[in-house]
Design a protein around this ligand. Structure first.
Ligand code: PMP
Length: 765
């Protein structure tokens, strides 16, 4: 500290407070001085950073006074009014920028971090004191409470993008996991939890202790309006540092708080993730600062201790950690874990048979879902990058509510008049090109495809169907017959039925025609013409996914469907678009994937995302085709189009539109493609990255010239990524394509994390 600066501060002290004394600069981020006056009285003079608004200082002052008024017997840094009565004094000798400062009473006591290992009674007292402080602050309102800052625990995700600053791979793994837990558990819950003004930085330097009790609290400079639970989470994080049994220590703090100021299950359930979030911020900010000034010791006092605690926590299942932390409250939000994985797996095999396979080498028992996240029985979070059924996010509250409400009112079949189904059909038709406005509702994608084939057959009076090699359209008998993915795969009969004709998959990367040009698209389209020409029977229908999912996340080149549809129609056939996987805005540019190719099918088949997990399938076609189907046989599906399904379907459409999910798919899909595209430059194994919106594929090859498929590597990669918290699967006839088709509520942070983890794990495969 320069003597000129000291002299200026001393001048301010004299001018603003009529005081003269010894000034000692205090350790810490801010410019604070201890002032020792001749009569023995002590103060702290806090020089305000140039950009601090006076209202912010007033907020701090009001907060201290509110806690003081609660008479908790705590030493507090109460303000000494400046000459004239203001909360700060400014001193500006002519020609110089004013220096602003506040004078606070010195609070005696030993900082928590210097008082030795805290005993259970002291930990409980900390919890009680923090609860009392929160109660004291709860009714304070102030115009400046809308602030946030870098330590705002509700905004910890702001630091997540800096994980790359950590060079050590193991530490990076630990940090990613901590942020992931925080983001998946705390972030979705926080907006719905009680908010109030909090101190915001109950750390182990700000808490003072005497005789094993909390005796004072310093530095209200970070106080802010926040989810109240942030306060306890911060205090908890610091109280567990250096403890031999951190969770046992934390249990005392939580019990002390809960006894004084009871918390809800929702608040308690996210405490452990919040603590991890706070520790993650501490080490990330330290990493950032070490690039600025690695010599500044006071910036790094907590860093190593926070890393130690994070490393220890990374070895405990989050549900177990949560249970232990809450043991003193009588509440355990993690009770729904059920039977252990291995035993359940055996029973599953017995009662469900082995034909129903299970994902991953280490199978998961998922017990909860919300938005883009799933949690297993161990409380581990997973970013769901592969489930395109829960299109608007797992358990979307609006969809859940719509279903629950209608279920409690009426659920019948469709042989009565009901507004819901008509409104739904109308809304669905409005998303499709003109003319496609007769809807048939069933219960699954398979049922819908079955019905689509029947519609086509009845209308054309022809049975022959053209399908793509590698395609899958459903699990019923007739659909297995038209799904090469099944009849050519393990257990399949191999030979298509005589009425089934296959055409090459329009795969511009490794297929018969290569390159993503219109020419390639037309060449693939002409394959349909060639097959039609060689057929003995008249062609009835061409059925294809608008983008091929099971075929290996294939995007047909431009011109493909136009050319194909021309051949089909000139032969008198119908065109069926299977949008079961790719519809409802997933491609981002259009609501339906076929629209991106500038074609209009005769029949469109819908499934998976349509009910966000509630079983709905639908076929939409023209009035003319529907009229042919009205031949006296009647169409009826017991559950199809019931009032509950209609209410849910309507809610899904409303959420897609209301939350702008189509635009989000385009933006985040672009971000994902760009990120994965960069990985292709770094990892030889990545042969191709392709996609449209949030329909993305990464094809792995052992050799970029021969395109030798890297199926084992792909399997290894998705299993490793599963252990890091990403859910993915492989697909394609060669099993070497990683498919990405997440819920559309993904965030940019999720995408960035996924790309970082892909990068890490590709390097290890
Ligand atoms: N079509 C496509 C393209 C599919 O991917 C699927 C299911 N994977 C189906 C139809 C059949 O749908 P469901 O499983 O709902 O019967």
């Amino acid at each position: 500290m320069s003597s000129a600066r000291l002299a200026r501060v001393a001048e301010l002290l004299a001018a603003g407070y009529d005081l003269k004394g010894d000034l000692t600069r205090l350790a810490g981020e801010n410019e604070n001085y201890e002032v020792l006056v001749e009569d023995g009285s002590r103060y702290v003079l806090k020089v305000a950073a140039a950009n601090v608004a006076t209202e912010m200082l007033d907020l701090e002052h009001q907060a201290v006074e509110a806690v003081h008024a609660a008479k908790l017997g705590l030493g507090l840094p109460r303000m000494v009014p400046a000459r004239g009565g203001g909360i700060e004094s400014a001193h500006a000798p002519t020609g110089e920028a004013p220096l602003r400062a506040r004078l606070l009473r010195f609070v005696p006591g030993i900082p928590w971090c210097e008082a030795g290992m805290a005993a259970p009674a002291q930990l409980r007292d900390l919890g009680r004191t923090v609860a009392a402080i929160d109660t004291a602050l709860a009714n304070l309102t102030h115009p400046s409470t809308g602030r946030t800052h870098r330590w705002d625990l509700a905004a910890a995700a702001q630091h997540r993008g800096k994980v790359g600053l950590i060079d050590d791979a193991e530490r990076r793994r630990i940090l990613e996991a901590a942020f992931h837990l925080y983001a998946s558990c705390a972030v979705p819950a926080l907006p719905h939890l009680p908010h109030s003004l909090i101190h915001g930085d109950v750390n182990d330097e700000n808490v003072l202790v005497r005789h094993g009790c909390v005796s004072g609290l310093l530095d209200f400079g970070d106080c802010l309006y926040n989810p109240t639970i942030c306060e306890l989470a911060i205090a908890l994080a610091y109280s567990m540092l250096d403890q031999e049994h951190p969770l046992a220590a934390g249990r005392e703090v939580v019990a002390g708080y809960h006894a004084k100021r009871p918390l809800s299950e929702g608040e308690l359930g996210i405490l452990f993730p919040m603590v991890c979030g706070r520790l993650a911020v501490t080490v990330t900010v330290a990493a950032e600062r070490s690039r600025i000034d690695p010599e500044r010791e006071d910036w790094f006092v907590t860093e190593d201790r926070a890393w130690d605690l994070l490393a220890r926590f990374s070895e405990v299942d989050p549900a177990e950690a949560g249970t232990r932390l809450l043991a003193g409250t009588g509440i355990n939000p993690f009770e729904d874990r059920g039977e252990p994985v291995e035993r359940l797996r055996k029973r599953r095999r017995h009662y469900l048979g082995a034909a129903l396979s299970i994902a991953y080498r280490k199978p998961l028992k998922i017990v909860r879902g919300f938005g883009q996240y799933l949690h297993d029985d161990r409380g581990r979070p997973f970013l769901d990058l592969v489930n395109n059924v829960c299109h608007v996010g797992h358990c979307h509250p609006r969809v859940v509510e719509a279903g629950q409400r209608q279920m409690a009112r009426l659920n019948t079949n469709t042989r009565y008049l009901h507004d819901g189904i008509i409104e739904y059909a109308e809304r669905l038709a409005a998303t499709l090109p003109a003319g496609l406005d007769t809807c048939f509702f069933v219960n699954s994608g398979s049922e819908a495809n079955e019905l689509a084939l029947r519609l086509a057959e009845t209308h054309t009076e022809r049975r022959d169907v053209i399908v793509q090699e590698g395609a899958y359209h459903g699990h019923t008998g007739r659909l297995i017959d038209i799904s090469p993915y099944k009849f050519m795969g393990p257990g399949g009969s191999g030979k298509p039925e005589p009425w089934v004709h296959t055409v090459p998959m329009p795969d511009s990367y490794r297929g018969k025609h290569r390159g993503s040009t219109r020419e390639t698209g037309v060449a693939y389209g002409n394959e349909i013409g060639s097959v039609i020409a060689a057929m003995d029977a008249p062609m009835g229908a061409f059925i294809a996914e608008s983008l091929s999912s099971c075929g290996g996340q294939i995007l047909p080149p431009a011109g493909y469907f136009q050319t194909a549809f021309e051949h089909v129609r000139s032969a008198g056939g119908l065109c069926i678009a299977d949008e079961v996987q790719v519809g409802f805005g997933r491609v981002g540019t259009h609501f339906w994937a076929f629209e991106a190719q500038g074609v209009v099918p005769d029949i469109v088949v819908l499934g998976k995302p349509i009910g966000n997990g509630h079983p709905i399938g639908a076929v939409v076609t023209t009035a003319e085709i529907a009229a042919s189907f009205d031949n006296g046989m009647e169409f009826f599906s017991t559950f199809g189009g019931n009032p509950v399904s209609a209410a849910i379907g309507l809610a899904v459409l409303a959420v897609i539109q209301g939350e702008g999910l189509e635009a989000r798919a385009l933006e985040l899909g672009g971000r994902f493609l760009e990120g994965l595209g960069e990985l292709k430059d770094r990892h030889e194994l990545v042969g191709d990255v392709r996609g449209a919106g949030l329909f993305i594929g990464m094809e792995l090859v052992r050799d970029r010239d021969t395109l030798e498929p890297a199926a084992e590597e792909a399997d290894q990669l998705i299993n490793r990524l599963q252990e890091r918290g990403l859910l993915l699967s492989t697909d394609g006839p060669l099993h070497n394509v990683i498919k990405i088709k997440p819920p559309m509520v993904l965030t940019a942070d999720d995408v960035d994390m996924a790309v970082r983890l892909f990068d890490d794990e590709l390097a290890r495969v």
